[in-house]
Write a protein that binds this ligand. Structure first.
Ligand SMILES: NC(=O)c1ccc[n+]([C@@H]2O[C@H](COP(=O)([O-])OP(=O)(O)OC[C@H]3O[C@@H](n4cnc5c(N)ncnc54)[C@H](OP(=O)(O)O)[C@@H]3O)[C@@H](O)[C@H]2O)c1
Length: 270
């Protein structure tokens, strides 16, 4: 598969690395573009892929074209590529908030996949929600699925409306967990642990809790009840969380993020 990565930054590099690790393409079949020459040299040396400063040049020969530039430079990158994209290519956008209509119009191309990855994608532990236009064929869909699989898990959705929802849940999600982790570490330090030990305790507890839920498939309430003995310490903590409105605050946060994502999507040029 011949893949062009438009933008060789954090996510572009994560994709190049993942695609090579999974042997989805040989280094010779990958081209990455970047405006920065040192960045291009780095990518060539580290991954033996081809690079170029010309987005049009990269797009011309590709079967899959991944847009991995920041939203604010998307317009100029699309202008450069318009009319240069092979008819049989599929364009995969990971640009946060960029709507399908913006992409099809800006690129003059119909076969588009819009995706919402999240930051753990940088270490292959992400989750990406994605959808495509009707012009994307079955073979192209499976190629897109494989490329996104290089970032971790992926979920296909049939409607673009789910992308704004994914932005609020899994896109912004890592920030919610980091906030909770940070607070728990601070609490552990407050009661007397060193910051190193506190961090290790909280982090492994978070990882272990996520994994046990994934492994057993049990409802979180059931798993929580297993830790909560009558009249015990966990029950005491849970009471404080409920008194502080933690559950409602988390729900309201996600709903507010969703409304914000929808509002940003309605802004002109999006
Ligand atoms: N980071 C994440 O975990 C994450 C999660 C979800 C979605 N996304 C989306 O992924 C996209 C990329 O994010 P990122 O974190 O990888 O950003 P990034 O590290 O800034 O990468 C973008 C790269 O594109 C280069 N670039 C700028 N203008 C260009 C142009 N006209 N043509 C080609 N390359 C150009 C930049 O070079 P300079 O730095 O020299 O300008 C930079 O190296 C964003 O749209 C973001 O919304 C990222």
């Amino acid at each position: 598969m011949k893949i062009a990565f438009i933008g060789g930054g954090v996510m572009g590099e994560a994709l190049v690395k993942g695609v090579l690790n999974k042997k989805l393409a040989a280094p010779g079949d990958i081209v990455a573009t970047d405006v920065s020459e040192p960045r291009r040299t780095f990518l060539e040396k580290a991954y033996h892929v081809q690079t170029t400063g010309s987005n049009a040049e990269a797009a011309k020969k590709a079967e899959v074209i991944v847009l991995a530039v920041k939203p604010q430079v998307l317009g100029e990158a699309m202008t450069e590529m318009k009319g240069q994209i092979p008819a049989a290519a599929v364009v995969v956008s990971i640009v946060a908030g960029a709507k399908i209509v913006t992409l099809t119009t800006g690129l003059g191309h119909g076969a588009i996949a819009r995706t919402m990855p999240n930051t753990p994608a940088q270490i292959g532990e992400g989750i990406t929600v994605w959808t495509t236009t009707a012009e994307v064929g079955q073979d192209q869909k499976s190629a897109v699925q494989k490329v996104l699989g290089a970032l971790g898990r992926e979920i296909y959705v049939s409607d673009e409306k789910y992308l704004d929802m994914a932005t609020a849940v899994s896109g912004s999600g890592p920030a919610y967990f980091f906030l909770v982790i940070e607070a728990l570490v601070d609490a552990a330090v407050h009661i007397g642990f060193t910051r190193d030990v506190a961090t290790e305790l909280v982090l492994q507890t978070a990882l272990g809790s996520a994994r046990i839920m994934q492994t057993t498939g049990k409802h979180p309430a059931e798993l929580r009840n297993m830790v909560t003995s009558p009249g015990g310490t966990t029950a005491e903590a849970v009471l404080k969380f409920e008194e502080g409105g933690l559950r409602a605050a988390l729900m309201q946060g996600v709903i507010a993020a969703y409304e914000k994502a929808r509002k940003l999507g309605e802004a002109p040029g999006k």
